[in-house]
Design a protein around this ligand. Structure first.
Ligand SMILES: C[S@@+](CC[C@H](N)C(=O)[O-])C[C@H]1O[C@@H](n2cnc3c(N)ncnc32)[C@H](O)[C@@H]1O
Length: 390
């Protein structure tokens, strides 16, 4: 990766951060839109539960602000479960999504294809008409912990039958249904950054899969929009897009000091093993240690690495944006023992140095940073930075 130009002057950086503080505006009434919760009830958006996602409404709100129109191309360099892309498709706006996590690329891809529902129904009937047989398969330890013996047998059976569907688009559709249904019957639950196992009575996978497929086929029949959408497994730091081709960016990078996506989505990723490259660990933002960056801010090591990578992404974003293109970045601040790191302000500073002009910083959520789950250590913001390529 190319070495970054040092960002000049320590005193200036700190003064700049103060300047951005003055740009904070309270939009906490919109806080819920920065979460995936509203998507849980929405067709297509809810084909995969992705806790770290934002909502369709947030994208629609920005689409209106940015005056997005058919013929334009929106980029989400951290597309996650594809919320930006699905919303753009519904609005008739072309979009491009990148992510390094195989599950994200897969889910965003499946959610943005066009389907022939008659063919899906036919394939579904065929899938459930096959006589059950046990398939010998050795599962990784996490799968053995996360599923009952019967669920694992069903996973093997349906996975094999889905793999035999010839049409790749339909095959992926059913595979996403299998992932979604399997997670619902698993003993695993995501407790923030870790997977925990809680054994309880779970419905049979076959039953859950049938219901999931029925729902998804119905959704596929109602899918709106004909816009083009490209999803690729790619590191946001090296997007390989032509200069000045993007009309707007709506995105949310991983938050500093939050989750390890490879761990939290380990089970889902196992279902699509082999379909995508396993990204080297360092492809995920903020994982390169020993990075000297912004020394004047005396940040924790992990924060140095994170902002170094985010700066590279911002430079890429600036390169690919057309002049004047509006950009929205949703990001959360982080707590390290004894210290709050204002990611929103630091990202504004880095974006500024990459050539963006900050228009406003909308605070969507604010909560206490807690130590030992009880002691309040200050306020953590989740903000939406609105800027444009100047
Ligand atoms: C906060 S989530 C995005 C959620 C998305 N807005 C949605 O609604 O589903 C951040 C995403 O960034 C991805 N990511 C991490 N490092 C990346 C990198 N270097 N390049 C591209 N994507 C990356 C993670 O895999 C994750 O899917």
């Amino acid at each position: 990766m190319a070495a970054l130009q040092p960002i000049k002057s320590s005193v200036r950086t700190i003064v700049m951060l103060e300047k951005y503080k003055e740009m904070l505006e309270d939009r906490t009434a919109m806080g819920g839109l920065a979460t995936f919760v509203p998507n849980k009830k929405l067709p297509v958006y809810n084909w995969l539960y992705f806790k770290e996602g934002f909502s369709k409404e947030l994208v629609n709100f920005l689409a209106e602000q940015f005056r997005l129109q058919p013929g334009m191309t929106v980029l989400d360099p951290f597309c996650g479960s594809g919320t930006t892309l699905v919303a753009c498709r519904e609005l008739g706006v072309d979009s491009i999504g990148f992510d390094v996590l195989p599950l994200s690329v897969f889910a965003a891809h499946v959610k943005t294809r066009g389907y022939d529902t008659a063919k899906l129904k036919e394939a579904s009937a065929q899938l459930f008409s096959q006589r059950f047989m046990k398939i010998k398969e050795e599962f990784p330890p996490i799968m053995k912990k996360a599923f009952s013996k019967y669920a694992l047998e069903d996973i093997s059976f349906f996975r094999r039958n889905i793999a035999q569907i010839e049409d790749g688009t339909m095959r992926n559709f059913f595979l996403l249904a299998l992932i979604s249904a399997a997670i619902r019957v698993s003993y695993a639950w995501k407790d923030g950054a870790v997977i925990k196992i809680r054994k309880s009575h779970r419905p049979p996978l076959r039953f859950m899969l049938k219901r999931t497929i029925q729902r998804m086929v119905k959704d596929a029949g109602k899918m709106k929009g004909r816009a083009q959408c490209t999803v690729q497994q790619r590191d946001a730091r090296t997007m390989k897009l032509d200069d000045e081709t993007i009309d707007a960016i709506i995105t949310s990078p991983p938050y500093l000091n939050q989750i390890d996506y490879t761990k939290v989505y380990e089970i889902e990723n196992l279902f699509i093993r082999g379909l995508y490259e396993k990204p080297p660990m360092r492809s995920y933002i903020g994982l390169e240690s020993d990075t000297e960056f912004l020394p004047e801010l005396d940040l924790p090591k992990a924060a140095n690495a994170y902002f170094h990578d985010i700066h590279e992404v911002l430079e890429e974003m600036h390169r690919v944006c057309k002049p004047g293109a509006p950009v929205a970045v949703v990001v959360g601040n982080a707590y390290f023992p004894g210290r709050i790191v204002d990611s929103d302000l630091i990202i504004c500073h880095l974006a500024d140095s990459a050539g963006f002009k900050i228009d406003r910083i909308s605070v969507l959520n604010a909560r206490y940073a807690l130590e030992d789950r009880t002691t309040k250590k200050g306020v953590l913001r989740e903000s939406m930075i609105i800027m444009h390529k100047s």
